[in-house]
Ligand binder design. Structure first.
Ligand code: ZN
Length: 572
């Protein structure tokens, strides 16, 4: 392909709309263009990369025995009603009606649709196990689409769904997908970290996320500095710390005036104590019933963990009226002493001496609190957001905090959907049994951008060979010089005969412009053909990720390039 025959609209300046480097580079390298917030057009080079990522995904799904299908993106409302998710998905789901005023949604995911299929088709144990997958556009009405392809309203996803006869077989299907994911991300040239994750609106029992570590990542995660434990912050646990003993515990609780001091920071400053000494008391509704949740003053409550830890379906913060009626005080002065509702305390508060809490009275706190002695604690549980420096739940070593981008997610769903859709099969003995399900997603467009986020430098993108728009760019220094172009054309012909895709920068531009653009777009191998080199029968070959170029004899250039590509593809 010739540069002058395609469309590669590179930009010199960082676009205003882009916040993170990979988004800037997608735009600057001429890979995508924005239509509207969260909606992007893939230009020729961007689409080439997208197709390569998709091909890797497809090959590994096929290798793992999954069957490709294609389901509609437009779904009738009723099918989402059957799982109960028509309401659970809330505003994230695009909803529309047809001309007969029948309600439809644009699919944000496909559990309902594929389970309906399985209920109709997988009726005998002879047809199970089956794993289906598709690569398709998904739609989510993000509150704040941002970071380019990272959080878009329309994006491309590979979603897969497994159906098995029993839990053990389902584990094998899960493992096959897990291993396929490991291979996919490796072949795409990105390093991922697998972490334990929350199941969220998907439901189910267990899940793992594949994270690309990046400071710009929207997800927080912790990993153990000693063992292999790693988890999304939404799910991460910790071993209880040593009891927080601030005082001997001999003093009895004592009210102290704190006029207008509501926040942890205000109260701590006013009483000259540490934020950690405060016992943060928040009133929640657990399945509708009020309860108090206590965590140390310097910690945050982890709302994702509350349902499982407290064995409820839903935990939401109570409104001001509820707080006032339960505590008898305005917001900011709640405390556990004397409450008649259930009180759940984080493990970090067990054994605290000399704590400070709200007094359930306006402008008043209580000090010298020993929680076990002074309050009726319903139960202690792991309720707060874990952070770096906490103790690993497995081995007790320090946890370290990182940021990551979720590119893949595998879930063990169990029977949540198959029960709702009566997806059952006849077993060998003629008994009706419910199918066991798993689901597995890869954000394909997000993976593409994550590759850039992880593989770039100050000059631009550094594509891994397997997903580069073209693995080789040939750069004639002077397109008017006929002997130069003759060498270029011959080399390109030879490379293409070997199945290697080449872009020729045939623009009549200064070399500086071409070098800059070549680095910006990030072609893995750059071949420069210039008059000075040709005088010595040489061309210059340089890897994008190397600093040094090598001069290669003309008749060895082909072999050198082919070897580099083979070597690099295996390395990545
Ligand atoms: Zn550990």
């Amino acid at each position: 392909m010739r540069w002058t025959k395609t469309l590669i609209p590179t930009l010199r300046e960082d676009p205003q709309e882009a916040e993170i480097d990979s988004h800037k580079l997608l735009l600057r390298a001429g890979l995508i263009r924005k239509l509207a917030g969260g909606l992007y057009t893939f230009l020729p080079l961007g689409l080439r990369v997208l197709h390569k990522v998709e091909r890797i995904v497809r090959e590994e799904m096929d290798r793992a025995g999954a069957l490709e299908i294609l389901m509609p993106a437009l779904h009738p409302r009723e099918i989402w009603e059957r799982s109960g998710r028509y309401s659970i998905m809330g505003d994230v789901m695009f909803r529309l009606a047809d001309r007969q005023k029948k309600d439809f949604v644009l699919g944000p995911t496909h559990e309902e649709i594929v389970t309906e299929l399985a209920a109709g088709e997988l009726r005998s144990y002879r047809l199970v196990p089956r794993t289906f997958y598709q690569i398709q556009a998904k739609f989510r009405d993000e509150i704040r689409p941002r970071f380019g392809l990272m959080r878009a309203k329309e994006f491309i996803m590979k979603d897969a769904y497994s159906f098995d006869v029993d839990s053990q077989a389902a584990d094998a299907s899960y493992d096959a997908m897990y291993q396929a994911y490991v291979r996919i991300f490796k072949r795409c040239g990105i390093r991922t970290k697998v972490v334990e994750a929350d199941t969220g609106a998907m439901g189910g029992k267990w899940s793992h996320e594949f994270m690309v570590l990046a400071d710009s990542g929207e997800d927080g995660l912790v990993e153990c500095t000693s063992c292999s434990y790693a988890a999304n912050l939404e799910r991460a646990e910790r071993q209880p710390p040593e009891p927080a003993v601030w005082e001997t515990g001999d003093d009895l609780p004592e009210p102290v005036a704190t006029p207008g001091q509501r926040t942890i920071e205000e109260v701590a400053a006013f009483l000259k104590c540490k934020p950690a000494q405060l016992i943060k008391t928040m009133i929640y509704r657990l399945d509708g019933k009020p309860a108090a949740i206590l965590v140390p003053g310097d910690r945050e409550i982890n709302e994702h963990k509350l349902p499982q830890a407290l064995n409820v379906r839903e935990a939401v913060l109570a409104d001001e009226a509820t707080i006032a009626s339960v505590t008898g005080a305005p917001v900011g002065f709640a405390g556990p002493i004397g409450l008649t509702i259930p009180v759940y305390a984080d493990l970090g508060l067990k054994g605290i001496r000399g704590g400070v809490t709200g007094a359930n009275r306006a402008d008043t706190h209580t000090r010298h609190v020993s929680l076990d002695r002074d309050a009726a604690i319903t139960a202690y549980a792991d309720l707060c957001v874990v952070k770096g420096g906490d103790r690993c739940p497995r081995c007790g070593a320090d946890l370290a905090e990182q940021r990551g981008i979720e590119v893949g997610h595998v879930f063990k769903l169990g029977t949540k959907y198959t029960e709702a859709f009566n997806a059952s099969f006849l077993d060998e003995n003629g008994h009706q049994q419910t199918l066991i399900m798993g689901c597995y997603g890869i954000g394909v467009t997000r993976t593409l951008q994550s590759i850039i986020e992880q593989s770039r430098d100050a000059n631009g993108i550094i594509w891994p060979t397997a997903v580069a728009p073209y693995p080789v760019i040939v750069l004639p220094m002077n397109v008017q010089h006929e002997p130069t172009m003759a060498v270029v054309n011959r080399l390109v012909g030879e490379l293409e005969t070997r199945g290697i895709e080449v872009l020729v920068d045939d623009r009549d531009e200064r070399p500086g412009v071409k070098f800059k653009d070549s680095d910006l777009v990030g072609f893995p191998i750059r071949v420069v053909v210039g008059e000075r080199g040709l005088a010595k029968q040489q061309v210059e070959i340089k890897r994008r990720r190397d600093t040094q170029a090598v001069m290669s004899p003309l008749d060895e250039a082909l072999t050198t390039i082919v070897n580099m590509i083979q070597h690099d593809t295996q390395q990545e």
